[in-house]
Write a protein that binds this ligand. Structure first.
Ligand SMILES: Cc1cc2nc3c(=O)[nH]c(=O)nc-3n(C[C@H](O)[C@H](O)[C@H](O)COP(=O)(O)O)c2cc1C
Length: 490
């Protein structure tokens, strides 16, 4: 896991919590009404994959209880984890690529409505991703999987040699010399695991993404509406397909890359198709990056342009994240997949408490504020959701007071304490369990393990009816909170 070289240890601060009276008048707890998007408060739980779906993508009881527990805290909105739009196996990630997934998803909708008394709006993040393979055993990769060609023979001075002889020579080469014998992509496949890119237009299934994706996203959106969600968040962020179309590194030459408008073309076509499927009275927004945070990646000037284009096209909200790319991910262990939150761009997405002089809190504020300002300068009122290191009331309220955001996202903080919202609103902020930004949750996500939080996953493990991890060592749902200090959990 990459960390900035300065290694300053930052401590999240509770700041000053509001009295119930002050909270009643706070911007953070005021409603937002913007087209079909109606929030009771300007608080938002961004998408977080908790690894609780079945291997074939269905909703489990654990999923239902997870979101029900978040809804008990009554945030303005919850966005359900990245949910796959294709009907293909993708491990224990939620899927929405077929009607058979609708009944399970509807269970989450019903549970959230019940638990929040109908107050919390529920959106679902829908995603497409390309294939990525695990980092191979070098002996298997060089000895079996690598397709041998004349480029290898030439590089090794083995003209006319058999495939087996070339493989043997590659296996004998010291690691440092492999770079001269393999292409950049072959070397990447060996060191990181093979990864498809949107620029791999030599492959028909990648070339045809612009023809295929609008329909897949639209069908998923139609299912989301049928399941009862209040809206859709199109996942245009981080390391995945749509973000790769927006990327400054997208060099496709078929009109879907290279220029700013070329990079925007598919994201806008997907949106138009989704809008056509769900209608104008349904909330549709997207999550995209304020900056890619990789060498040669999209800058804020690019993303200001994107924000204005999305707002002009009629999106109902813009939710901003940053970084989280495969391009600078750290090398995974053999047999593991690269994880896009391990390099410098990953750090920008989910910064750890060990940070540089800028600190881990609010790294996304300034670029997001510039995007919001560009949207406003274009005469558009589209709400902007800003996330990144927010954990105390003053931080959140200031973001709104300074006109830098319209809605505030609390990801890891709501995982540490899903009751943050109701505690702060009722004047019981002193009872908030602050996130320590140790990235315990992120490490579980990287290992594809059920995500929990170190602040609560061992509390009252013997209480009756507790759902636990397979090894029985961690609870899967945060303990309940009884207001008015009846019970303070630590
Ligand atoms: C366990 C975990 C899973 C996440 N999964 C997603 C996801 O599915 N989609 C997404 O856009 N962001 C995802 N994120 C990123 C968060 O939504 C958020 O942008 C990030 O944690 C920074 O916000 P924070 O500082 O408030 O935690 C995830 C974060 C965590 C910790």
């Amino acid at each position: 896991m990459w960390r900035p070289p300065q290694k300053i240890k930052w401590k999240p601060q509770p700041g000053r919590w509001p009295s119930p009276e002050e909270a009643r008048h706070a911007r953070l707890f005021s409603p937002l009404q913007s087209g079909p998007m109606q929030l009771a408060t300007r608080t938002w739980v961004p998408a977080m994959v908790p690894w609780r779906a079945t291997e074939d993508g269905f909703v489990t009881d654990d999923n239902v209880q997870w979101y029900e527990r978040f809804a008990q805290g009554r945030p303005g909105a919850i966005v359900i984890e990245a949910t796959g739009i294709r009907d293909i196996p993708s491990g224990p990630l939620l899927r929405i690529g077929h009607d058979r997934f609708i009944p399970g998803l509807r269970r989450i909708v019903d549970a959230v409505r019940r638990a929040s008394g109908g107050e919390t709006r529920l959106y679902i993040q829908i995603i497409d991703f390309l294939s990525i393979r695990k980092r191979p055993d070098p002996h298997k990769y060089l000895g079996r999987f690598l397709r041998i060609h004349d480029g290898h023979r030439q590089a090794l001075g083995l003209a006319g040699a058999s495939d087996d002889a070339v493989r043997q020579r590659l296996l004998d080469l010291p690691e440092a010399e492999l770079a001269a014998a393999l292409s950049a992509r072959e070397l990447e496949a060996l060191r990181m695991g093979e990864r498809e890119r949107v620029t791999d237009t030599q492959w028909p299934h990648v070339r045809e993404l612009p023809q295929v994706l609008p329909g897949l996203f639209a069908a998923a959106a139609r299912r989301a509406r049928e399941a009862g969600f209040d809206g859709i968040e199109l996942h245009y962020a981080h390391a995945y397909t749509m973000a790769s179309f927006l990327s400054a590194l997208n060099s496709r030459d078929d009109g879907y890359g290279r220029t700013l408008d070329g990079r925007l073309r598919l994201p806008l076509e997907v949106f138009a198709s989704v809008r056509g499927a769900v209608g104008d009275d349904y909330t549709v927004g997207c999550r995209f990056l304020s900056e890619e945070c990789i060498p040669g990646g999209s800058t804020v000037d690019d993303t200001m342009h994107f924000g204005v284009a999305f707002a002009r096209a009629g999106m109902d909200f813009l939710s901003l994240s940053r970084g989280g790319k495969f391009d600078d991910a750290q090398q995974p262990d053999i047999g593991a997949s690269a994880y896009p939150y391990t390099g410098p761009s990953g750090y920008e997405c989910m910064p750890h408490f060990t940070s540089d002089e800028k600190g881990p809190f609010g790294r996304n504020f300034e670029p997001s504020a510039r995007i919001r300002a560009a949207v406003r300068a274009a005469g558009l009122a589209t709400p902007v959701v800003v996330t990144g290191g927010v954990h105390n009331f003053e931080q959140a309220e200031q973001l709104l007071a300074d006109d830098r955001a319209d809605v505030v996202g609390f990801a890891r903080q709501s995982l540490a304490d899903p009751d943050w919202f109701s505690k702060v609103r009722s004047g019981e902020g002193a009872q908030v369990v602050l996130c320590s930004y140790s990235n315990y949750c992120e490490a579980q996500d990287e290992r594809h393990e059920a995500v929990t939080c170190k602040h609560w996953d061992r509390v009252d493990l013997d209480a009756p009816g507790i759902r636990k991890s397979a090894d029985g060592k961690r609870r899967l749902v945060p303990p309940p909170w009884a207001p008015s200090g009846n019970r303070h959990r630590g």
